[in-house]
Every structure is written in structure tokens, then in C-alpha cells.
Design a protein around this ligand. Structure first.
Ligand code: BTN
Length: 244
């Protein structure tokens, strides 16, 4: 699939802009902005997007819903992971959508979809803290803060190339490589987590990623559940009740 880059100095949000484009299933479009006035994160949170970071949305239009959408978030995470690997930067993937470096958030992913009749638009928004200062953002870091320097254009190219490659595989039903990457480089698997669910906070063990991209957790009573979006926090060990 061909890709077209559309670059802006300044946008409210690359993902919001993506929603205004004409439908075109022939190409993937990549909307990039140097800064975003209203960068969007998951669950309605803000994604601080000051100059110096890399903010872009990959837009793919399909004639019909091609597969399970939570997998696209895992696909994007695998693409970001592999792109950093090219620069010998070992990040990890915190399900569902964070990229972690030295225990802090380096990048975030927000995958959205929009139905247009029987057609669908997939918008994979990716924000990477490169040379921006993130002192005011809780638990965040940037490559600069961690002492790395990478050309934004090279990193962008690496992510987009991987994303399209994995996307083409996913369309044929081949999820093996994507799932291997996010499992083997996971920040969350085999850790005690808290599941925030319907007003309850339930301690559990993060056991695996399901074939559809959900997180498989095991509760203290031995029951398992697959969680498809948010609501899971990694819990510091000392706060976790004993799992007898
Ligand atoms: C998160 O961490 O909760 C997801 C953050 C996603 C941020 C990216 S930056 C490019 C795209 N445009 C947005 O407004 N958000 C995404």
C-alpha cells in the first residue's frame, strides 16, 4: 500500500484532522504535526504535544471491517518497538498502548475507528516524546531526557514502514509476529496488576495477550478474564494483597 505524508506545523490533533479527510482506500495517509494544541490521549485524557516530539496519525480506509480492531493497537506498539530497535533503544510495551523506557512513558498510541456506512476508517495516532521536555507530565520521559538522540524523520519512516508491513500481514490473518513482539517485550506480563472494573479494584496477575489483542488476567480466585481496553493499572508490589 502506498503512503502519503501530510505535514503541518501546527494542528489541534492529527487524529482529529484525519477525520476530515475524504475517504480513499487506495493509500495510507500519514498526518504529522510539529506540535498539537489539543493532543488526545486515551480515555479523554490530554496528550501533551509540545514542539520537539513526534506526533502523527496513520489513516487507513477500508471497504469493510477487516479484523479485530484491538489488534491494531498491538500492531502499532509492535511497529514502534521495532523502529526503536533499529536505533538500539530497548523500549517495552505496556498493554494496551504505552511504550516504556526506563520505567517511564516514552510514547502513547491511540487507535480509533470511524464507520462510514459499511466502510471503515482506522486512525492510529502515535505520539513519541523525542526532544521535548516532559518534566511537567507525570511519569513521562523523552529520548532527550534519557540521553538519546534520534532523527525524527528516520524514526517516523521506521514506524510507518513497520506499521504498513504488519498491517498487510494482519489482513491475511497473520498475527504471529505482532503478538510475539508485544508479548516478548511486554512491560506488564507476569506482573501483579489492578483491574478497575465497574467501581471495583481487583488484584490480578497479567498472564498473556489473547489472539485478539486483549489482556488475559487471572484473579485471586483462579478465574481468568480477557480485558479489551484500559482499566488496568500496574500495581506496585508492596500495594498488592497476597495471592494465597
Ligand atoms: C495515550 O497515551 O493515551 C495515547 C496518546 C496518543 C497521542 C497521539 S499524538 C498523534 C495523535 N493525535 C492525537 O491527538 N493523539 C495521537
Amino acid at each position: 500500500m502506498k503512503t502519503k505524508l501530510i505535514h503541518f506545523e501546527n494542528l489541534n490533533s492529527t487524529s482529529e484532522y484525519a477525520k476530515t479527510l475524504e475517504f480513499d482506500a487506495r493509500i495510507a495517509r500519514v498526518i504529522i504535526a510539529e506540535l498539537q494544541a489539543e493532543g488526545k490521549g486515551r480515555e479523554g485524557k490530554e496528550f501533551v504535544s509540545d514542539r520537539g516530539g513526534l506526533y502523527f496519525s496513520i489513516v487507513i480506509d477500508e471497504e469493510a471491517v477487516p479484523f479485530n480492531l484491538p489488534l491494531v493497537t498491538q500492531l502499532a506498539a509492535a511497529a514502534v518497538y521495532e523502529a526503536f530497535k533499529d536505533f538500539n533503544i530497548a523500549v517495552s510495551v505496556k498493554w494496551p498502548n504505552d511504550i516504556i523506557l526506563n520505567q517511564k512513558k516514552l510514547a502513547g498510541i491511540l487507535v480509533e475507528s470511524e464507520s462510514r456506512g459499511s466502510k471503515i476508517r482506522i486512525i492510529a495516532g502515535i505520539g513519541i516524546n523525542l526532544n521535548n521536555d516532559v518534566q511537567n507530565v507525570e511519569n513521562a520521559t523523552s529520548l532527550k531526557c534519557e540521553g538519546f538522540s534520534v532523527a525524527a524523520g528516520d524514526l517516523l519512516q521506521g514506524v510507518v514502514r513497520r506499521f504498513i508491513g504488519f498491517y498487510n500481514k494482519l489482513k491475511t490473518g497473520d498475527t504471529e509476529e505482532i503478538l510475539d513482539i508485544v508479548k516478548q517485550n511486554s512491560y506488564i506480563l507476569n506482573k501483579e496488576v489492578l483491574v478497575y472494573k465497574e467501581g471495583d479494584i481487583l488484584p490480578a496477575l497479567a498472564k498473556d495477550i489473547s489472539p485478539e489483542g486483549g489482556l488475559i488476567v487471572e484473579y485471586k480466585n483462579g478465574k481468568s478474564e480477557i480485558i479489551y481496553s484500559g482499566g488496568v493499572r500496574i500495581c506496585p508490589k508492596e500495594d498488592v494483597p497476597d495471592r494465597e
